[in-house]
Design a protein around this ligand. Structure first.
Ligand SMILES: *Cc1c(COP(=O)(O)O)cnc(C)c1O
Length: 405
C-alpha cells in the first residue's frame, strides 16, 4: 500500500538538491535557489501523470480539502453531502469552512450510494463529495448525473486512491476539483502533503492564493503581492515536495506491484464461497491499495476479527466498523460536537443532528467488511501464508456456526 515501503536513493537525491541550496521555501529567493523549484516541478509532474490542467500542492490532504472547498466558494449555510464511511479529515474540512456535513449511506462499493445522495438533497445542498475509499472508486456516472441535474458542485476526495481511474479518467480529475493526500501512509508520500487537482482555472487561482495568505503571486517581489481575498498558510515545503517528486516517478511501479499482490490474495480468498468482494464500478481502475471483502454476517465478522486478534495476525487487516477514525458509528467527538473554538449555534445543532442519524444500510455493509492493506514488499510465499491463515480462520468459524445452528 504505502510508498514509504520503497523509500530509497531517488528520494534522498531530490531532498539533497534542496539541502544543497538551503532554500526550503517554495516561493521566492530566485537567485539563491539556483533553479531548483521542487514544488513547481511536482505540480507539473502531477498534471502530466494524472491528466488535469492544474495542480496546487499544499501541506496535507486535509488542507487540500479545506482549500478546495474555499476555492469552490463553499461556506456558511451550505450543505455538503459526504459518506458515512470516510476518514475524519473529510468532515473536519467541511467544518473548517463553516459548512454543514450531511452524511449519507454507503453501499457495497464502500462509497456514496447514489440513491441516498438523491434523497439527501435540500435547497441548501451545494456540493456532493464522494470519497474514493481504500483505493477504489465511487459510481461517478451516477454522481455526475445527480450533480448536473441539481446544479451541484462535485468534489472528489481521492486522498486514498492515487492512481485509480474511472472509465479512463483519473480519480480526482473528474469533478470540479479533487484532492490527494501524500501523508506517510498514502500510495505516494511527501512525508506530509496534499494536492488540489482541477481543470477549472478559477478554482486553481483561488487555491493558489488561499493556501498562501491570499497572495496573488503575480509579481516576483513577494512583499509587493496583492491580496484579493483572505487566505491561510497551507504551503508545502520544498523538502516535502522533493520527496513527492521521487515518489510520483515510482507510482507505476507501486501500482503494478499492488495489482499483482492484490490479485494473488484475491484468488486465495475466492476459494471460500462465503466470502464476497467489494463491488467496483470500474474494475480496471482499481488502484488495489486494499482488498476489501465481506463475510456473510456481522456476527461471523466479529468472530473472525476476534480470532485474528487472538492469533496476533490482525495487523494490516481493517475492521472499519469498530475503528474510531473511519466510520460514523464511533465519531463521538462529532456526535457531541466537541470543539475547542465554539461553532455558530445553528451550525452546531445541524452538525449534531447529522452525526446522530442512524445508518442501518451502511451498518449492514460495514459490519461485514474487512479491508486488507496490500503490501509492496510481500513475497508470493507470504501472500499464500497470509491468505491461508485468513481462510483457515473463516472455515473454522463457519464450521462452529453450522454445528451450533
Ligand atoms: C488521508 C486522508 C485524508 C487527509 O489527508 P492528510 O494528508 O492525512 O491530512 C483525507 N481524506 C481521506 C479519505 C484520507 O484517507
Amino acid at each position: 500500500m504505502p510508498g514509504f515501503e520503497l523509500f530509497g536513493a531517488e528520494e534522498r537525491k531530490e531532498v539533497t538538491d534542496v539541502l544543497q541550496t538551503g532554500i526550503m521555501m517554495r516561493y521566492g529567493f530566485d537567485g539563491p535557489r539556483k533553479g531548483i523549484w521542487k514544488a513547481i516541478e511536482l505540480e507539473k509532474a502531477i498534471c502530466d501523470r494524472f491528466g488535469c490542467s492544474q495542480a496546487q500542492l499544499v501541506s496535507s490532504g486535509t488542507a487540500a480539502l479545506t482549500t478546495a472547498m474555499a476555492a469552490l466558494g463553499i461556506g456558511y449555510g451550505d450543505e455538503i453531502i459526504l459518506p458515512s464511511f470516510t476518514f475524519v479529515a473529510s468532515f473536519e474540512a467541511v467544518l473548517s469552512v463553516g459548512a454543514i456535513p450531511v452524511f449519507v449511506d454507503v453501499d457495497d462499493t464502500l462509497t456514496l450510494n447514489p440513491e441516498a445522495v438523491r434523497k439527501a438533497i435540500t435547497g441548501k445542498t451545494k456540493c456532493v463529495m464522494p470519497v474514493h475509499m481504500c483505493g477504489s472508486m465511487a459510481d461517478m456516472d451516477a454522481l455526475q448525473q445527480i450533480c448536473k441535474e441539481n446544479k451541484l458542485l462535485l468534489l472528489e476526495d481521492a486522498c486514498q486512491s492515487i492512481g485509480g481511474t474511472y472509465k479512463g479518467k483519473h480519480l480526482g480529475t473528474i469533478g470540479d476539483a479533487g484532492t490527494f493526500s501524500f501523508d506517510f501512509v498514502k500510495t505516494i508520500t511527501c512525508a506530509e502533503g496534499g494536492v488540489i487537482l482541477t481543470n477549472r482555472q478559477d478554482v486553481y487561482i483561488n487555491s493558489d492564493g488561499y493556501s498562501d495568505h491570499g497572495h496573488d503571486h503575480k509579481g516576483s517581489d513577494r512583499g509587493a503581492d496583492l491580496h484579493p481575498f483572505i487566505g491561510y498558510n497551507f504551503r508545502i515545503s520544498e523538502l516535502h515536495a522533493a520527496v513527492g517528486l521521487a515518489q510520483v516517478r515510482k507510482l507505476d511501479q507501486f501500482l503494478s506491484i499492488q495489482r499483482k499482490n492484490h490479485h494473488q490474495l484475491r484468488d486465495i480468498l475466492n476459494q471460500v464461497p462465503e466470502i464476497s468482494f467489494r463491488r467496483i464500478p470500474d474494475p480496471a481502475g482499481d488502484s488495489c491499495t486494499f482488498l476489501s471483502w465481506f463475510l456473510p454476517t456481522e456476527e461471523i465478522t466479529q468472530a473472525f476479527v476476534h480470532e485474528m486478534k487472538a492469533q496476533n495476525i490482525m495487523a494490516g487487516n481493517f475492521y472499519w466498523y469498530d475503528n474510531n477514525w473511519h466510520y460514523i458509528r464511533k465519531w463521538d467527538h462529532l456526535k457531541n460536537s466537541i470543539v475547542l473554538n465554539a461553532l455558530h449555534p445553528e451550525l452546531k445543532s445541524a452538525v449534531m443532528a447529522e452525526a446522530n442519524k442512524s445508518f442501518p444500510s451502511s451498518d449492514r455493509v460495514m459490519g461485514r467488511c474487512i479491508s486488507t492493506a496490500i503490501g509492496l514488499l510481500w513475497t508470493e510465499e507470504q501472500i499464500i501464508e497470509k491468505g491461508n491463515k485468513i481462510i483457515g480462520i473463516i472455515k473454522k468459524i463457519l464450521a462452529q456456526k453450522s454445528v451450533s445452528a
